[in-house]
Design a protein around this ligand. Sequence first.
Ligand SMILES: [Zn+2]
Ligand SMILES: [Zn+2]
Length: 169
Amino acid sequence: MILDLRDIATFPAEFAIESELDNNEYGIERVSFRDLMSLRLVIQKVQEDYYCQGTVTVPVEEECSRCLNIFDAELTGDLNFIIKTGEGKTETSATGEEDIVYIKPSEPVIDLHHLIRESLILSLPLKPLCDEDCRGLCPDCGVNLNEETCNCKREEDDERWEGLKSLLE
Ligand SMILES: [Zn+2]
Ligand SMILES: [Zn+2]
């Protein structure tokens, strides 16, 4: 996705773009896009720099970390970056501060691909869950306990340990 600053006549400029993300190109582990990505971006020019702020939202399928079922979710990430003109090297910040992107004066064009991908990765939950109360898989027989019950004897059901547990608490 290319942003060409020559196309912008007045600042602040506001964009709303919808675009299809290619699962292979964006390749985010355990996530697949199921619909268009929406990008909203506001660009403000301050002297020779461009301050860009926005959000990116995309419907996805994720894998539940407990039951391994695929479920529908939506990722929403922030975009915060400054475009500077010059020879510097693009800096990406892991600390939540703005990234800095450099452009050549002769070619004021940036590719948003990397920034969008990074923003979506940062928005991923560490342990995606299909439901807060997902019961997961039985560790013994592997059935999905949201869908069926099994006859495996689970430790937490074993009354002999209850006395010991309360001692430990
Ligand atoms: Zn689940
Ligand atoms: Zn079981």
